[in-house]
Design a protein around this ligand. Structure first.
Ligand SMILES: [Mg+2]
Length: 268
């Protein structure tokens, strides 16, 4: 991985980081390549090493649709902030975000999960992941017929709940997601984090590859910088693009080499 990143926009980024930023990093498809099964997405030790070095100089937030404990385990660093479940779970050593009526919601979702598991039982390549506050129905490994059948079942089972405002149904890369019916997303989570201790007076740099990351990039468009991972055509609300998690790795390295030496330690 020892090549240098060549992007014309690094010149302007270098000028901006004299004013110390906070770095928000999506996990799947940004820090790690998209794996066939979510269990297989592992963080490269050299990328982990870069994040570990960087968090001595600026606050780092790893933000994911995964459950908080899952993403925490995969990154395995204690001095950073984690945002899980698309923003519904946030924590670091000093802060913890709690959703309103969380206990009731978890109970309701547990029931819905067993119904869905029963409905989708015989569809190969389709599985339900329980992330506590949200449910993900994955179909990355399903064939066309199983996928269509799953879509049909899902619409039957949850469309009405969605229409009644009891849940919120959304879709991502080869996944449907059932979330609490609350106006909350990665973008709102980023704004919440920026008000917490250790983040005040910081401006956000957000790197992500998915549609859910675009929510965050739209929200920070004026106050920060969004960097989309993927082809330039999928830039959306981002200011810049990187081709792949490999280029993200190189940008992290670039930060380490180019952050002003006076940038103070974010978290002890
Ligand atoms: Mg992603």
């Amino acid at each position: 991985m020892d090549i240098t990143l060549h992007k014309p926009w690094l010149v302007s980024l270098k000028n901006k980081i004299h004013n110390p930023p906070a770095l928000f990093l999506d996990f799947d498809g940004t820090l790690t390549p998209i794996a066939p099964h979510p269990d297989q997405a592992l963080l490269d030790p050299s990328t982990r090493g870069l994040i570990q070095s960087l968090c001595k100089h600026l606050p780092i937030v790893v933000i994911s649709g995964r459950g908080l404990s899952d993403v925490k385990k995969r990154v395995g660093l204690s001095r950073i902030t984690y945002v899980g479940n698309h923003g519904f779970e946030i924590s670091n050593r000093k802060i913890k975000f709690q959703m309103k009526n969380e206990t009731q919601w978890r109970r309701f979702l547990k029931k819905l999960r067993s119904q869905l598991e029963e409905d989708l039982e015989n569809l190969q390549g389709v599985w339900v992941e329980d992330k506590g506050i949200t449910l993900s129905i994955h179909y990355r490994l399903a064939g066309g017929t199983a996928r269509r059948r799953a879509n049909f079942i899902l619409q039957n089972r949850v469309n009405e709940l969605n229409n009644q405002g009891k849940i919120r149904l959304s879709s991502g890369k080869a996944v449907w997601e059932i979330r609490p019916p609350i106006e909350w997303n990665k973008g709102k989570a980023v704004l919440w984090v920026l008000k917490q201790e250790g983040f005040k007076r910081r401006w956000p740099i957000y790197i992500g590859d998915d549609e859910t990351d675009q929510d965050a990039m739209r929200m920070i468009q004026k106050k920060g910088i969004g960097i989309a991972v993927g082809p330039p055509a999928q830039k959306g609300a981002a200011h810049y693009t990187l081709e792949s998690p490999r280029e993200v790795h190189h940008l992290l390295k670039w930060f380490l080499e180019n952050l002003p030496p006076s940038t103070p330690t974010a978290f002890k």
